[in-house]
Ligand binder design. Structure first.
Ligand code: GLA
Length: 391
């Protein structure tokens, strides 16, 4: 079990004394509702059973020591509770440090430092929210070890705040919320304008959720992401000159079409269109799932991909190959890019009997057209954060 391995590593590096605990927080996959979470729209992610395991123990001084089994060559990285300045090279400790900094900013002072060792079993850079799971597991650990009075929803907000303000990625709330609030066998239908949410059971009788890793991550992801955010904000601003709305999520498709000429810039108009239509698709998709109409759910997933590819332009040629090939297979109910984009993973709903064919055909086509071998994960939907080991 991974928790035991992380605990063993912790003891090897820092010694066995004291109260050492191991925590877990999951990554996520988003089924539909992409790039809507900073546009006041809906999202429909679920927590995975893979994520980040963190072993931690309080110290008697103000030192912080970090060790990641994913970056063993870095060894133990030292910092302190008096050094909350982001590492300019974007070292991974910026994520847990950012969360500690955000706790302190909310008046939850960490009087003692920490020794930390961790391991994440989410493939790096795959778009399955390894960073959100690291933020949430850090918050969950702080809550438990220092006895802070915070809810899991607070942990999601603190994680997002730290990512925005300490790590410089202007992300929305989806990833941290999915990690902190996950529920086994359920996806979270979240209205990001109000944070009201509902758990929807995702029990697929004769199909699987298959995540396919394109094994590519394009550079400038963060800046391209922040650009999309600014372009959507511009679309909103222009629309607000003609219609009384707070977010793009307030509009139906018809309302958007009636007012879209107010958006002067063509690129911003495409971004706005995606945000409005994707939000409506997400609402329709959740209804279809509740009605047990998986075929409609799949069609909406496919339409989501087309919109992300053409209007929001967050797909990339490699990922498009995976999606195009998936669409050719009759046992594929739906397939789309998932997460922030510019590489990363696709999410597909595949009938049980077609899973092997799916893997074989996508592998062959991807090797031929891209020259890489994709990875496949048949995923299960898991719970939010937990204590994985207690002395
Ligand atoms: C990233 C961000 C999320 C969300 C998605 C796109 O994962 O962290 O907030 O915007 O991209 O849906």
């Amino acid at each position: 079990m991974i928790a035991n391995e992380v605990l063993a590593k912790f003891k090897e590096i820092y010694g066995e004394d004291g109260d050492i605990r191991v925590y877990f927080a999951p990554g996520r996959v988003n089924l539909i509702g992409e790039h809507t979470d900073y546009n006041g729209g809906h999202v429909f992610p679920c927590a995975l059973t893979i994520g980040t395991y963190m072993a931690a123990r309080k110290r008697n001084d103000r030192k912080l020591r970090f060790y990641s089994m994913n970056f063993e060559d870095l060894g133990v990285v030292e910092s302190s509770l008096d050094a909350f300045t982001p590492d300019p090279d974007g070292l991974w400790i910026n994520y847990p440090m950012g969360v500690m900094w955000a706790f302190e900013g909310r008046g939850m002072k960490l009087e003692q430092g920490l020794d930390i060792a961790l391991f994440g079993n989410i493939p790096n850079g795959s778009g399955l929210s390894s960073s959100a799971s690291l933020e949430v597991v850090t918050g969950y650990m702080l809550k438990d070890l220092y006895g802070f009075d915070v809810t899991n929803q607070d942990l999601a907000l603190i994680g997002q705040y730290s990512e925005n303000n300490y790590n410089g990625c202007n992300c929305g709330i989806m990833d941290q919320f999915a990690s902190a609030m996950g529920k086994k066998d359920h996806a979270i239908f979240l209205d990001t304008a109000t944070l009201s949410f509902e758990y929807a059971p995702v029990i697929l009788d004769s199909a699987k959720i298959v995540v396919t890793n394109s094994m590519v991550k394009h550079s400038l992801v963060t800046s391209a992401y922040n650009d999309r955010r600014n372009e959507s904000a511009q679309a909103l601003k222009d629309l607000q000159t003609v219609v009384d709305i707070k977010t793009l999520g307030d509009l139906t498709e018809e309302e958007f079409e009636a007012h879209k000429d107010a958006i002067k810039d063509e690129v911003a108009r495409k971004r706005g269109k995606h945000a409005v239509y994707e939000n409506q698709r997400t609402i329709k998709a959740v209804k279809a799932l509740k009605d047990n109409d998986l075929a409609t759910f799949g069609k909406l997933m496919n339409a989501s991909h087309v919109s992300l590819r053409d209007d929001y332009e967050t797909s990339c040629p490699e990922v498009d190959v995976l999606v195009d090939e998936a669409w050719k297979i009759s046992g594929v109910i739906g397939s789309r890019i998932t997460g922030g984009g510019f590489g990363g993973c696709t999410v597909s709903i595949v009938k049980d009997e077609a899973v092997e064919e799916f893997k074989e055909k996508l592998t062959a086509a991807y090797q031929e057209k891209v020259g890489k071998t994709p990875e496949f994960y048949v995923v299960s939907i898991g719970d939010g954060p937990s204590i994985a080991f207690l002395n």
